[in-house]
Unconditional design. Structure first.
Length: 376
């Protein structure tokens, strides 16, 4: 079956994009909310920090819970709890700061494992032959959600400060309705399958790949302004860097989806190394745009290849926890890269991503070709 006529996939895709949308809206929505109620954006930053930290801490434990009760059943409950969390936060907008910080814990706890749960359901939605293409198409759609979320908040804020939070709750409810009701594989509690979790060394290379993606991307996404200022360009040119990165990422994912094969992650890691070294070397505008384009073009394929291979080593009754761990590791890489941009010289920060990519590639050199999907 062609992916573009695969109704189950597009239902899954609509659900996962709806579940992702509140997370992309949250930074600006929290900031606008606290600015309107307290006159300062700082509380919004605190809320977002607590929200993200809670997601990261709870992602794996909640993912394990999804594996026990079944991802479809568990996702529905988590999405409903997340929607309640956003709704309560909107209703308590005028509460003291400690209350708001406490209330943001609920959507953070419930939302931490949503990505891992949906990724687990994808394995039951499409067969192995369509999986690389399905992940690549999803990566392209996610770029649209990442860009559209903040823009939607800015538009909705014109109707009222609480409207973005209401729409975030509605998006979670819509995602809950779109969760597949009859997944191909039930959870451990439903199937009786109790395969032990794989050893960390089995999937450590793929976690390292996920970490590398977050670490190197943050160097660009957090620092477009200093990157152009380093060239003596005005601040107005900073969006050009993000536009090139997003465009290259979409193009790379589209080409990967067109090929429909898993590919060799070492090739994409080599692209990260080359792009990161060029970015650090400061070869002017040509070097900046070329490095950003190479990194962007390799991002989607590397994410897809990592996801496909991670699925191969994770038992079905541990996939939600495993994918949640992968997303958390990638987020940790992004956070550390963002911190490096803030405290280190600009030319140094891409080298951390280069180093991580080289380590991941070194781990994969020992693996046979069939273990990393090059035989497909």
């Amino acid at each position: 079956m062609s992916l573009f006529t695969h109704r189950a996939y597009w239902r899954w895709s609509a659900g996962v994009q709806a579940a992702r949308l509140p997370g992309t809206m949250a930074p600006l929505a929290f900031t606008l909310l606290t600015t309107a109620t307290t006159g300062s954006y700082r509380l919004g930053g605190v809320l977002m920090s607590v929200y993200v930290a809670t997601e990261m801490v709870c992602a794996v434990p909640v993912g394990r819970l999804l594996d026990r009760v079944g991802p479809a059943r568990g996702l529905t409950a988590l999405l409903l709890l997340t929607a309640v969390g956003y709704a309560v936060l909107a209703l308590a907008a005028d509460a003291p700061a400690p209350v708001l910080v406490a209330l943001v814990l609920l959507p953070g706890i419930a939302g931490g494992a949503l990505s891992g749960g949906f990724r687990t359901l994808l394995a039951d939605t499409v067969d192995d032959e369509l999986l690389p293409r399905a992940i690549s198409v999803d990566a392209m759609l996610m770029e649209g959600v990442l860009i559209g979320g903040p823009a939607l908040v800015a538009l909705l804020d014109l109707a009222g400060t609480l409207v973005p939070l209401a729409v975030m709750a509605a998006a979670c409810l819509a995602a809950a309705l779109l969760v597949p009701r009859r997944p191909g594989e039930p959870g451990r509690a439903e199937s009786g399958d109790d395969v032990p979790a794989p050893r960390l060394r089995t999937y450590l290379p793929w976690l390292c790949c996920a970490f590398t993606v977050g670490l190197l991307l943050s160097t660009i996404e957090v620092a477009p302004l200093p990157l152009v200022q380093r060239l003596g360009a005005p601040a107005a040119t900073a969006p050009v860097v993000i536009a090139v990165l997003s465009g290259a990422s979409i193009a790379g994912s589209a080409l990967y989806a067109w090929r429909g094969k898993t590919g060799d992650p070492r090739l994409f890691l080599a692209g990260f190394v080359a792009g990161g070294l060029t970015l650090a070397a400061d070869f002017g505008w040509p070097g900046l745009l070329a490095s950003v384009a190479v990194i962007g073009a390799c991002t989607g394929p590397l994410v897809a290849t990592t996801s496909v291979n991670l699925q191969r080593v994770l038992p079905k009754n541990h996939r939600s926890a495993g994918f949640s761990l992968s997303f958390t590791v990638q987020a940790a890489g992004f956070g550390l890269g963002s911190l490096a941009v803030g405290v280190l010289p600009l030319w140094v920060t891409p080298l951390f991503g280069v180093f991580a990519a080289a380590i991941a590639g070194g781990m994969l050199v020992r693996k046979p070709a069939r273990a990393i999907g090059t035989c497909q």
